[in-house]
Design a protein. Sequence first.
Length: 234
Amino acid sequence: MLTAKQHELLLFIHDRLATTGVSPSFEEMKEALALKSKSGVHRLIGALEERQFLRRLPHRARALEVMRLPGEAVPAPGAAPVPTVASVSDLAAARKARSARLHPQATTPALSIPLVGRIAAGLPIEAIEGHEQLAVPAALLGPGEHYALEVVGDSMIDAGILEGDFALVRKTEEAREGDIVVALIDEQDATLKYFHREGRMIRLDPANPAHQPQRYQPGRVHVQGRLSGLLRRY
């Protein structure tokens, strides 16, 4: 018998895997369940693992696998997870979409967008203006004007953003609560963080417990865009 929160988390992970092929980050799980800290997420995942509803895939970040859903039998050792809520065609579509993201040049036309510099996924660093162009699969870009920034640092690893990735950013000066944004601090240093309002302050949150949130007066923070996608080279 699962608790309400365990049940809610299991379905949230299952739906995200069926839709995108990638498990949600701990920050996304925390916010989806309205938990106060990520330690609550860790406890829920541990309980679901013990009951053989979830399995962690070793040596991979954000790698969770749903083994079964409430009401299904405990899987035999070594058995593959059985899709139930999503249809086989839905899961096939999700796998196809994930493959397109990993190998976009083989499936979608490319667009050239400006590669304007480097962005810190750690402490703020100076954004370096450049004149290069980056070829990006059109499927990764939505409406609006976009640019790319190379990620430096590790503070967003729990959001699946790694050093060396290219952040694809939609130009905008507006941010909603919980958006991942490019924020320019004091018109000089740029950083990639979760955007939150905290009273009269702006709080920029990392996705790595080794880094601390950054708090600024609103006049010091200029939103330069929202994260639209990621491009990773292997």
